[in-house]
Design a protein around this ligand. Structure first.
Ligand SMILES: [Ca+2]
Ligand SMILES: [Ca+2]
Length: 173
């Protein structure tokens, strides 16, 4: 009898690897549980980006380097964009913590993968976001907020001002 042994070990090696990888481009939404590839440090080689479905943490893998976001934040939504206008794509996230909801950028910055910026808990409560191209061609963050009466929702634009985000009170359809 001939026994054919197929090794599946490779599929389970490495918590940060995934055989099914989707190429991500500027502006796309990154769905949890899907591994995306994008070049975050502009060295010509793509990194892997994964929002862990169970723990809702963000994993960035560049060769042997693996960055995982801190446990105190859960990723509600993640998108790809260059919202701090430094020429490198970063992962733009809506985060939730026991303190509330935050906007967080995770990027290659200062020679390492790290949390580039995480806002304090925001009010009104942001409930969704997406990356859009702004009037000047640079990426901005369109944030959907819950209004005070919790029945209606409004949108505001977060635009980078050089060291943080400034909120533009510009409703968009
Ligand atoms: Ca790279
Ligand atoms: Ca950037």
């Amino acid at each position: 009898m001939i026994v054919i042994v197929t090794s599946l070990v490779a599929m389970f090696l490495g918590a940060c690897s995934d055989p099914a990888v989707v190429t991500a481009t500027r502006g796309v939404r990154l769905e949890p549980g899907v591994t995306y590839s994008a070049d975050l440090d502009d060295d010509g080689t793509s990194e892997h980006i994964l929002v862990d479905e169970q723990h809702r943490s963000l994993l960035l893998t560049d060769g042997d380097t693996c960055y995982r976001s801190r446990d105190k934040w859960q990723v509600v939504e993640a998108h790809l964009g260059d919202t701090d206008h430094d020429g490198l794509l970063e992962v733009v996230t809506l985060l939730t913590s026991e303190r509330g909801n935050h906007i967080g950028l995770f990027a290659y910055f200062g020679g390492e993968y790290r949390e580039r910026l995480v806002t304090s808990s925001l009010h009104p409560l942001p409930v969704s976001l997406e990356v859009r191209v702004g009037e000047d061609g640079g990426d901005v963050i369109l944030v959907t907020e819950e209004s005070a009466d919790e029945q209606t929702k409004g949108t505001v634009i977060y635009r980078w001002n050089g060291f943080g985000f400034r909120v533009l009170d510009t409703p968009i359809e």
